[in-house]
Design a protein. Structure first.
Length: 123
């Protein structure tokens, strides 16, 4: 039996602002933006190369906007990703070297927090 994580719901205050942040500044692909009813809007975005997407919208969750912490993406080159993010106006600290990889971090406009990891070279 396979159990695959394919969608993570992120609580946001302003769907259009969050959509623009993830698509225009972080390079996520907009897969869907569907208004289902007056109280339900579903926007799905996928990081390039990922099998897991995020969903933002209206009527998707009761969670407090900005309350999701510890999301992580893995990249081939942390420096290049950092340059891409900061070049698009995303606030990300310089890449740091840790025993378990090279990292930078960012948060969306509501404070949902992400880590960006480049895996260490394996012998």
């Amino acid at each position: 039996m396979d159990l695959r994580i394919e969608l993570i719901i992120l609580p946001v205050t302003d769907v259009d602002r969050a959509k623009a942040f993830y698509a225009d500044q972080c390079g996520f692909v907009v897969d869907h933006d569907q208004r289902v009813s007056d109280t339900l809007r579903f926007v799905q975005l996928t990081p390039p190369g990922s099998a897991c997407s995020i969903a933002i919208g209206e009527g998707l969750t009761d969670a407090t906007p900005g309350s999701v912490k510890g999301l992580q993406v893995v990249v081939d080159d942390a420096e290049a990703t950092h340059a891409f993010l900061t070049g698009n106006g995303v606030d990300a600290p310089p890449v740091e070297q840790l025993a378990w990889g090279r990292f930078t971090y960012f948060s969306d406009p509501d404070g949902n927090a992400w880590a960006v990891q480049e895996l260490p070279q394996r012998g």
